[in-house]
Design a protein around this ligand. Sequence first.
Ligand SMILES: [Fe+2]
Length: 307
Amino acid sequence: MSEVSFRPLTPITGAEVTGVDLTVDLKPTVVAQLREALLRHKVLVFRDQPMDDERHVALTEAFGGATAAHPIVNGLPEAPAVLRTVLSEDRPKLVESVGNPLSGTAPRRIRTEWHIDSTFVVNPTSITILRGLQIPEAGGDTLFANLEALYAGLSPSLRKYLDTLQAIHSRHNPSPTPRLDGKPAGPFAALHPLVSVHPETGERSLYVSTVFLQAIRGLKPRESVALLDFLLDELAGRDEIHARVRWDQNTLVMWDNRSVAHAGPVDGLMFEEERIVHRTTVVGDALRGPDGFVSRSLMGGKFEALG
Ligand SMILES: [Fe+2]
């Protein structure tokens, strides 16, 4: 078998991996090698990995416990850990949120929705594994932002202040489809440190999201809005911390959800072809801030691994 090798996508974020066959059980040494590479590169891209959902879930389990597909949205009946995303079903929502700012579903800022998966629960998922099933000829790329570099690029005095803050993340679907596992589908809200310390590397990430992060605790509303505006401008505007992944059918991307934010597809209204991806996630822990603050649930329970 050929050697596993990693070709960085950018100097600090992402790598294409060759020499690994994810369609068969991985040796523990290979899993350890990939896990180490994931901590370093934060996003790993594997090409030509044809597999079914069962294999996808088995791969997920090699990196920790697989969660249900999503805290609010049901997975596939035959594979409850798998979230299927079909772009043609989501396009009407894109039109609504961009086209009608009074609809109540409009995001606070109309631009690519940078987020970290499931930050509205007290223990956001640690790793996300996304697989391309049907991919357009062009379009539907996923963008990644390195949250450690985002933090490191701020001045020491601002970092010191951010280290002391917490933020409220929430998500509420007023009429969710009942969860197949019988658990409540929200509402969810959690208080997280604004700067999180990675449990494995000790590196600090600026833990910000365009869609779920509602406010900074303890600040006046205008202060919170102004600070978040600045931080989200840094997240979206600092090109040097971004990587862009182009998909093909059977491309599989694994990212460390504790140290990158992502956005995508950002151009779903600019092409007409279908785009279908399947996602799994690995259970995560409550976050810890530099001052020792540990995430607290404000509403809703933990997002546990499937038994
Ligand atoms: Fe996501």
